[in-house]
Design a protein around this ligand. Structure first.
Ligand code: HEC
Length: 162
C-alpha cells in the first residue's frame, strides 16, 4: 500500500511539473507576441490627416458636380479615418478635441442624402472651418485647410453619374 501511495505521489508530481512547463512556454509565447505588437507599424496622426485631406478634396469635387454616390463614399472615408484616429492615436492628447468634427460630418451627410447642392456647399464650408478650429485648438493653427481649387488627381472622373 505504501509503495502504491509513493507511485501516485510521483505521478502527481510529474503531472504538476508538466503543467508548469506548459505555463512557462505559454508565458514565453505571450511575451514574444507582446514584443511583436510593440514593434508593429501603426500610422501616426499626421498620416491619418493626410488621408483625410485627400478625401476632403475629392468630396468637394464630387459634391460640386452633384455626384452624390461618390460624395457619400468620400464622406464615409473621412468618417472612417476619424474613427481610426480615435482608436489608434490614443497616445495623442490632441484627440480630446476631435468631438467638434462630429456635427459637421453629420450635416454634410444629410446634405448628400438630400442631394441638395446649396446645403452641401454650406456644410462643406462649416466642415473646413471646423478642421481649422481643431488645428488652432491643438497648436497647429499654421496648418490651414481650404476649399480646393483643383482636384487632387487627374485620373478620376468626379462628375460621372451612375
Ligand atoms: C483633433 C482635432 C483635429 C481635427 C478635427 C482635424 N485635425 Fe487635422 N490635424 C490635427 C493635428 C493635431 C495635426 C498634426 C498631426 C501631426 O502631429 O502630425 C493635424 C494635421 C493635419 C494635416 C497635416 C498633414 C500634413 O502632412 O500636412 C492635414 C492636411 C490635416 N490635419 C487636415 C485636416 C482636415 C482636412 C480636417 C477636417 C476634415 C482635419 N485635419 C481635422 C488635428 C485635427
Amino acid at each position: 500500500m505504501k509503495h502504491y501511495a509513493k507511485i501516485v505521489a510521483l505521478y502527481l508530481l510529474s503531472a504538476c511539473t508538466q503543467q508548469n512547463d506548459k505555463l512557462i512556454s505559454l508565458q514565453n509565447q505571450v511575451d514574444s507576441l507582446q514584443l511583436k505588437l510593440n514593434d508593429s507599424y501603426k500610422p501616426g496622426l499626421g498620416e491619418f490627416m493626410g488621408n483625410v485631406q485627400v478625401h476632403h478634396s475629392k468630396l468637394w469635387f464630387a459634391g460640386k458636380n452633384q455626384n452624390w454616390k461618390l460624395a457619400g463614399f468620400e464622406i464615409n472615408e473621412i468618417k472612417e479615418s476619424f474613427d481610426d484616429i480615435k482608436k489608434y492615436c490614443t497616445d495623442r492628447p490632441e484627440i480630446k478635441d476631435i468631438g467638434m468634427i462630429e456635427q459637421p460630418l453629420q450635416n454634410i451627410t444629410k446634405a448628400i442624402e438630400h442631394k441638395n447642392l446649396n446645403e452641401f456647399i454650406n456644410s462643406y464650408t462649416v466642415l473646413t472651418t471646423t478642421c481649422n478650429s481643431c488645428h488652432k485648438a491643438t497648436n497647429h493653427g499654421f496648418n490651414v485647410i481650404t476649399t480646393p481649387k483643383t482636384p487632387p488627381f487627374s485620373n478620376q472622373n468626379y462628375s460621372l453619374h451612375n
